[in-house]
Design a protein around this ligand. Sequence first.
Ligand SMILES: *Cc1c(COP(=O)(O)O)cnc(C)c1O
Length: 495
Amino acid sequence: MPSSVANESQFRFQSSRSRASCPSRTPSEPDSPAATPSCDVVDQALAELQLQSQEISEKDLLVASTSRQGRSGWQIKASQLSINTHNRIRNIVESLKIKPNPEKPMIPLSIGDPTTFGNLKAADETMKAVLHSLESGKFNGYAHTQGHEVARQAVAKYSAHQRPDGEIDPNEVVLCSGCSSALEYCILALADRGQNVLVPRPGFCLYGTLTEGLDIEVRYYDLLPDQEWRADLVQLESLIDENTAALLINNPSNPCGSVFDEEHLLQLIDICERHYLPIIADEIYEHFVFPGSKHVAVSSLTKEVPVLSCGGLTKRFLVPGWRMGWIIIHDRKQRLANSIVGLKNMCGRILGSNTIIQGALPEILTKTPQSYFDGVIDVLHSNATLAYKMLKTVRGLNPVMPNGAMYMMIGVSIERFPAFKDDTHFVQELVNEQSVFCLPGSCFEYPGYVRIVLTVPGPMIEEACSRMAEFCDRHFKKDSRAFIEHGLLDEDLAF
Ligand SMILES: *Cc1c(COP(=O)(O)O)cnc(C)c1O
């Protein structure tokens, strides 16, 4: 340590010590050398505090002394957070060497935006509500940091099923810029650097994107494809330690399209109750379930375990660009205490949700007709049924029928396709030969699978499935010894 720094920090130590006044000293004896016992205790505590802070001030000073020299050139560095933040889907997709077959029009079953294909549109009622909000001229200013009261009231009413035995107060609603920012606020309010959050595998890659740059660890609990993607409870519980800040569940699931039943949700609640863990529930696909399935909000099943439920307009109302999401705080026994303060503090950072859409919320949430939602579910369900039926008969593929959301996972028996190294390679060659683009399971921490979206027009999904069948037939090898032989020739296969 440079001596000048040591001297400076010593000086700071002494001067702050001499500034400290002991409450037991009266003004009449300001410099009395004989301290009373209570004053000793205070002094000792102060000294301890100062010893601790000495380390910090030394570091501060080091930083200060370097910066005093200034820069000698343009040495701009990106922040750690920004460099360590990654979008997994983008990274994997950009690394593919893709040259679609020019003879076949491209079918992108990879795009998660349901408005891309033009067959699914927002309801007229939904769009008119925004016009009315705009025309009222009442929503051009800043809103309350949690969002306008009328908008939060509307969300509280709309979400009443999440708490069948009580009302949701507008104060328990936080409006955010899309469900993504709702999730970010929840994670930031509950977890510190060095802590961990349990997230599903396969799972939506945003959870990793939001945490890794902050040094919050993501721990993956497994979903089991042969049990309708229920969580492996034993493995999940084994991940929990004293640094686990929350369990994140995504129900219905992206990418699985699975819907947890009540029994399974109760099992998850039980684990959280035993380990004192709050739940972050990504329920952006609530109500997005196929006939025969039912979505149960996890918060409706417990008063003991606090739940932060994240939702929004994005998927159900088919308006991802509007960026309207929300958090509903379910904390019946006030267990989240100052995390709620933290959560509300987070809202002060950017006042993130658009006020024109806030103003439209009461109308959007009450006037969009049920027939509209039913129509959307119809399209998704019939696409799912069609794709499942067609792909089930394809050798080497193993589709898992979804019960909700807008995706289907398809297992790829990669050992049957010796020409391909892994799911990513399979996806790349499927584009190059057939111009059908799926997302590799690796994007969801789940190699060996691919994900397709179900939001495309029916004839398109039919065409995509027959091309996938053709592709698989061409590359399927019955004799798995062929794989071993080819495996030895890996270099020849490398692209
Ligand atoms: C689409 C999606 C989101 C993000 O929704 P936005 O409102 O667009 O931010 C969050 N979670 C899951 C599982 C999603 O599929």
